[in-house]
Design a protein around this ligand. Structure first.
Ligand code: APR
Length: 280
């Protein structure tokens, strides 16, 4: 059995014996759906560092002038990530949805805005960086579907920005931009999941963007086995990475092991091994 196969077997056993496993995902799980990631070899920031610098300005542009922000959004070309609405889930998304159906994965905390986890059938998904399918009021947190607003009509009538139906503040896309606070409801729920889980399966993230990258550390130091806190001897959280390359979580020993490979190949193999273990 090769090193990767041994680790797939180990991950299947860990998942099968977990009581509250959660998955954390990043752009790497969607590259096999044709959506580029950000920092991998063909990532959009890797290939266009200027675009990343501009992305750090987006949220401030909204705060400065919401009407101009919307005018630019409604008149500019497609998103840097391409036409996300057309993308389809790949075997990695379906594998996580299957593990949820099997009662093993209790939630997916994703940084992705593409909605592919729900399209694959995952029910309990926390969209940490928002969704391309929704609008959100930064003042009161209310979310709306795009279809609820006639944005082109507001543009034509010079009535931008769209306003919240609850508190009348200017609303924005639900997508969370750099420097923008994570919506309180998702931030709180994700922290709860990180505290509660006894297994964290981290799929396709370079783990360099905070505060999302803090969640594995919360899971690590929350349960015993950390050198920082003398917690009562609780079962140490198992933290597994599946990624094309090592990350700071690997190097700092936050994760117990890294299965280095393609998610669309590795995750379905883990599911098959879990099924075999359960049939024994
Ligand atoms: N299988 C396994 N790993 C993969 C695959 C694949 N098919 N494709 C890419 N990867 C790996 C890359 O090697 C990289 O380590 O997934 C990781 C993706 O990392 P990033 O591109 O940095 O994406 P992510 O971690 O989700 O970025 C976090 O940064 O720009 C912001 O808001 C944006 O949510 C995003 C955040």
């Amino acid at each position: 059995m090769s090193g990767v196969e041994e680790l797939i077997e180990r991950a299947a056993r860990d998942l099968a014996s977990s009581s509250y496993a959660i998955a954390l995902t990043g752009a790497g799980i969607s590259t096999d759906s044709g959506i580029p990631d950000f920092r991998g070899p063909n990532g959009i920031w890797t290939k266009n560092p200027e675009a990343e610098k501009r992305a750090y300005e987006t949220y401030f542009r909204f705060l400065r002038d919401p009407a101009q922000y919307w005018h630019d959004r409604l008149t500019m070309g497609t998103s840097l990530l391409g036409n996300l609405q057309e993308a389809k889930p790949n075997p990695a998304h379906y594998a996580l949805a299957e593990l949820e159906k099997m009662g093993i994965i209790k939630s997916v905390l994703t940084q992705n805005i593409d909605g592919l986890h729900e399209k694959a059938g995952s029910q309990r998904v926390f969209e940490y960086h928002g969704s391309i399918y929704k609008l959100r009021c930064p003042s009161c947190g209310c979310r709306f579907r795009y279809e609820e607003y006639d944005l082109k009509g507001l543009l034509a009538e010079g009535k931008l920005p769209p306003r919240c139906r609850e508190c009348s503040s200017p609303i924005k896309d639900d997508v969370v931009h750099f420097n923008e606070p994570i919506p309180a409801d998702v931030a709180h729920a994700s922290l709860e999941e990180a505290h509660r889980c006894d297994l964290m399966l981290i799929c396709g993230t370079s783990a360099v963007v905070y505060p999302f990258a803090e969640l594995p550390r919360v899971a690590r130091y929350r349960r015993a086995g950390s050198r920082l806190f003398s917690l009562e001897q609780e079962k140490r959280t198992v933290i597994i990475e599946v990624n094309a390359e090592p990350t700071p979580l690997t190097r700092e020993g936050i994760s117990d092991y890294l299965i280095q490979g393609r998610l669309a190949e590795v995750l379905p193999q883990i599911v098959e091994r879990v099924k075999k273990l359960r049939s024994q």
